[in-house]
Design a protein. Structure first.
Length: 369
């Protein structure tokens, strides 16, 4: 009664056949790896609809319906749409996308017609073993959080305050989840826990592009989710990998990076003084070899989270180091590849001070306390 699950990060290329990028081409190198799992899960960062509202801030979000074929070709069983882009093209485009995936046999979590719909998990079953995958975010639009009567995403708001320590020291940024929002999500977890054997939560959260930094609210929420009954937390949003923590024997990936993403332009922030004058640029910059993945140098690699679940045994959690070629295709690296060590060393660096142990077993990195 064992089941293997692979969880991928942010997905949603903005370049298609007309740009010289066949839709299925993005998974050419990773398809054999995906097929080794019983189930495959991913975060969808785009909408696929003919009813998309115009949005000048993120025009890459509204994609032609044909681009959604990527998810079917990759064999994804479940998708989370709880993220900062699900509502960009308007509520109808979001709902159309949910309907599209469900009609194609892919379950969706994290977004829907109302709170109940958005908080419905993906349920995976094999040989009597029931696994739930629930999507939530702390990056939802102000008007894009699902309510009892309004469509949106399953969102946990964040309260931010600043501790000023004078001109000689950096300002400390303190963040905490909205208590009411967190309580609603924890109640979903508690109600779900008794009817499933394992529970994975996809938590779209974190500081984008900046390496290593994990926000206070992420830790608070991740720990609370585990305390409420979650078995594994997989975060994404920063577009680069971040640290891994083992809390009460359960693994938290604070960001696994992207899976298949392109964007035709860099973020406006790269031209702001804090970036161009070096405050952030000292740590990262755009990579000239990846002009359509303008998320910083560290976005050239990522992780696939992997979990082996068995009703009578402890869960086995690992990650597969990925690297992208210049066609933006992710590929799982082999243990002897120098890039494999580069990714593992990076994650060790990002995980400093977080309880964890990494053990290399073949082409996987097993995570334990």
């Amino acid at each position: 009664m064992a089941a293997n699950v692979i969880i991928a990060g942010d997905c949603g290329p903005a370049h298609g056949p007309e740009d010289g990028f066949p839709v299925g081409g993005y998974i050419d190198l990773i398809a054999p790896t995906l097929k080794t799992a019983d189930f495959r899960l991913v975060n969808c960062m785009r909408t696929y609809s003919t009813s998309a509202a115009e949005n000048s801030d993120a025009p890459q979000v509204a994609q032609p319906i044909a681009m959604a074929e990527l998810y079917m070709q990759a064999g994804f069983d479940g998708i989370t749409m709880a993220n900062n882009h699900a509502f960009d093209a308007g509520p109808q485009a979001m709902l159309d996308t949910v309907k599209l995936f469900r009609a194609r046999g892919i379950q969706v979590t994290g977004a829907g017609r109302n709170f109940v719909d958005a908080s419905a998990p993906v349920i995976l079953e094999k040989d009597g073993l029931r696994i739930a995958y629930l999507g939530c975010t702390s990056l939802g639009k102000p008007d894009g959080a699902a309510t009892g009567t309004m469509p949106g995403v399953l969102n946990i708001g964040v309260n931010t305050r600043y501790e000023h320590r004078g001109p000689h020291a950096p300002v400390r940024i303190l963040t905490a989840p909205d208590e009411n929002d967190l309580m609603h999500v924890l109640n979903v977890i508690r109600e779900l826990r008794p009817v499933v054997d394992r529970l994975i939560v996809a938590f779209h959260s974190g500081v984008i592009r900046v390496p290593r930094v994990v926000s206070d609210y992420q830790v608070t929420v991740a720990h609370a989710l585990i305390d409420a009954g979650a078995d594994l937390i997989v975060c994404h949003a920063p577009h680069i990998p971040k640290g891994i923590e083992v809390y009460k024997g359960k693994v938290i990936f604070y960001s696994i990076g992207v899976f298949a993403m392109t964007k035709p332009f860099a973020a406006p922030s790269w031209s702001e003084p804090a970036w161009s004058q070096g405050a952030i640029r000292n740590h990262m910059d755009l990579h000239p070899d990846y002009p359509f993945m303008p998320y910083g140098t560290d976005s050239r690699f990522a992780l696939l989270a992997k979990a082996g679940f068995d009703r009578g045994k402890a869960s086995r959690v690992s990650f597969l180091p990925l690297y992208f070629d210049q066609r933006y295709r992710p590929q799982a690296l082999e243990g002897g590849d120098p890039r494999f060590k580069e990714v593992v060393d990076y994650i060790e660096w990002a995980s400093v001070d977080m309880p964890h142990t990494f053990s290399i077993e073949g082409n996987e990195v097993v995570v334990t306390a």
